[in-house]
Design a protein around this ligand. Sequence first.
Ligand code: F6P
Length: 458
Amino acid sequence: MGNNPCGLNDAFFCCCAGTWQNAARAMPSSTLCCPSLAMSPTTGCLFVIIVLHICGTLFYDFNLMIFCIFVFPAILGRECYCFVFHIVNNIRMALKRVMVLTGGGDCPGLNAVIRGIVKRASQERDWEVVGCIESFNGVLREPTEVVVLDEKSVEGLQIQGGTILGTTNKGGPFEWPVRQHDGSWISVDRSDEMIRKLGYMGIDAVINIGGDGSQRISLGLSKKGLNVVGVPKTIDNDLSLTDYTFGFQTAVQICTEAIDKLVTTAASHNRVFIVEVMGRDAGWIALHSAIAGGADVCVIPEIPYDIHKIKEKIEQRYNKRRGYCIIVVAEGAVPVGGGVTGVETGEVGYQHIKLGGIGEQLADDLKAAGVEHDIRYTILGHLQRGGTPIAFDRVLASEFGVKAMEFVLEGRFGQMVAYHHPDVVGIPLEEAVREQNLVGINSQLVHTAKGLGISFGD
Ligand code: F6P
């Protein structure tokens, strides 16, 4: 990274390419470059008039700006042209900038948040929104990858899944992976360097949309003096102090629809069907979709299961070999006295265990425990994170986006927006990441599930 603020700003606006181009337009770098010049008193007076117009309420009138930049100069010559460019450039530099980014696993509703932020910001005269590509990587990498986001670039985004800015759940400013000469990887803290660079880029505030890992990064940067607002995201719904995170309800809907489909095939073949859903530490998706889909067994990380209890429930569901059984299991579920099912990744800056396979494990364990019925398992995996958000998540994400931008306008930094029905409030980041939102074993929802005859294998 160089120390020249102007150089950085040029790079900052220049980077917009490939797939991002449709969604977000880069500011032409030419608007930021102008040679210095001397001018005559006559042209100087005219320039002052033009500049006053530009600075006035009509500055945002594109036609007037074009007129000032191209028509006047055409009459008055090149000096005027360069001067106006210089002034316009300086006025642009005086704009306040908020940088938005998406971190962690993608999630339906991320684009709706981005749209909410941009739409709210566009109602202010002096704020500009820029998007950082792939979480903080867009700032940490050279060349910088940041794009200007305006109302046009977010048109209709509320229905789009994924994130137009890209995302990553690896690395970050505090744990940047660096390859050593011997091929091994270490992680280095680049947070101070990144904060300095954001200063050079004229970034006044950052809105970080992400899950618990991302909000821990928000907290760390906020403690170092960066103006950060957090927006909670995760399909797992495991962030505490918000009633819901967006994306969760969409994931539940996807799982419920899958269970509905599996019920008909399970019933036709008298099979036991195991549906593996996401939920690393929290069983919210499993629990909600098990209730909504009418499952018989729900296995979640918060309640270690006993394979014999699950077998008992299966046998209750069959009468002389006829019947079927639906088991919903969260990927982070554990047997009594056992650990999670997954593979060690050993990747620097990534979660150490990549979960997956509990469905197959359960099938094997049930057979080993003496279940003789036909057993099949289905892993829903990333299907749960893909596609368009349902209406609830579009609304929640839009509320979060608008509120996050309002926090920026009010200077309420170091906070995470949170949903406390029916309001969207601010929670200090420190509190927001203190503990996870897990399913309470004595909660109303578990009580309801048990009342419906759902077994947790406990
Ligand atoms: O955090 C959300 C989540 O969907 C978890 O439930 C799951 O373990 C993880 O992301 C999967 O991440 P990846 O996309 O790296 O496989």
